[in-house]
Design a protein around this ligand. Structure first.
Ligand SMILES: Nc1nc2c(ncn2[C@@H]2O[C@H](COP(=O)(O)OP(=O)(O)OP(=O)(O)O)[C@@H](O)[C@H]2O)c(=O)[nH]1
Ligand SMILES: [Mg+2]
Length: 243
């Protein structure tokens, strides 16, 4: 099986080389402890799909130096369009059986990949989210971000009748079958609610596994702000009440 690791990148010159190093070295052997293949190990081939979203800080020039790497596909957006647009471009260029979204900062840890892939290889789910709120090792960050995350996840649960603990997580993993049913349109921070809404409206149950999380500080480039919560809320409502 092949894993496509989709990395949307916008002005991450401080972290792009390190995240690529981490993504490339992490072992992708997933033990199967369930179902007919119990006892076997599934080895994933890896494909890294990087989408530069119009970076202006040198990230683009750095990525140009990697264009001939055999394990990497790189796509450049002429202008900045937002994370949602970057992921959509990434999905269009991905050839794997399973898709995994990986942010280009260092907040999420690729060592969680085997745990994220396990419910898929065991045939328990087509969609897995890594949750920062299910007891994994996490750096304790901002109180109001936690409140915002919990609130947006609660709204998702009420509107779509589910019990997620972390709708906004960066780690979203799904099969090609799911990817082919998506019709993503939100260019920016509407990405997470839109993909979650479409997955749930298709009738898939999302499997959650605990992941580790090392949030960055605003001085380190953290960009998300409280205004972005309104985009998320609006997207949740729009997707719930329109087709
Ligand atoms: N902020 C931002 N990120 C983008 C954009 N396009 C692609 N990305 C990438 O999407 C990923 C998520 O962005 P982040 O800024 O880390 O978003 P976040 O983790 O929700 O918030 P912060 O870490 O607080 O900034 C990163 O890999 C970005 O480089 C864009 O237009 N804006
Ligand atoms: Mg981030």
């Amino acid at each position: 099986m092949k894993l496509s690791i989709i990395i949307p990148v916008y002005n991450e010159i401080g972290t792009i080389a390190e995240i690529l190093r981490r993504v490339r070295v992490v072992p992708l052997a997933v033990p199967v402890g369930y179902g007919p293949a119990n006892g076997s190990v599934v080895e994933f081939e890896r494909e890294i799909v990087i989408v530069d979203d119009g970076s202006t800080d040198g990230t683009r020039e750095y990525l140009r130096t990697l264009e001939n790497a055999p394990d990497i596909v790189i796509v450049f957006h002429e202008h900045n369009q937002g994370k949602g647009a970057a992921v959509r471009t990434g999905l269009q260029h991905a050839s794997g059986d399973v898709m995994l979204i990986q942010d280009a900062d260092l907040e999420y840890d690729p060592r969680d990949y085997p745990a994220l892939l396990q419910p898929i290889v065991e045939g328990r789910s087509q969609v897995v989210y890594g949750s920062r709120f299910r007891g994994g090792p996490t750096k304790t960050m901002f109180f109001w971000h936690m409140v915002g995350n919990r609130f947006l996840t609660l709204v998702t649960n009420v509107l779509y009748d589910t019990i997620l603990s972390d709708m906004e997580t960066g780690y979203k993993v799904f099969t090609r079958e799911v990817a082919e049913r998506l019709d993503l349109k939100a260019p920016g921070w509407g990405f997470d609610p839109e993909i979650t809404a479409q997955i749930l409206k298709c009738g898939y149950r999302i499997y959650e596994v605990p992941i580790s999380y090392t949030g960055r500080e605003f001085e380190e480039g953290k960009k998300i702000g409280w205004r972005d919560a309104f985009t998320v809320l609006w997207t949740l409502l729009r997707c719930r009440f329109t087709r």
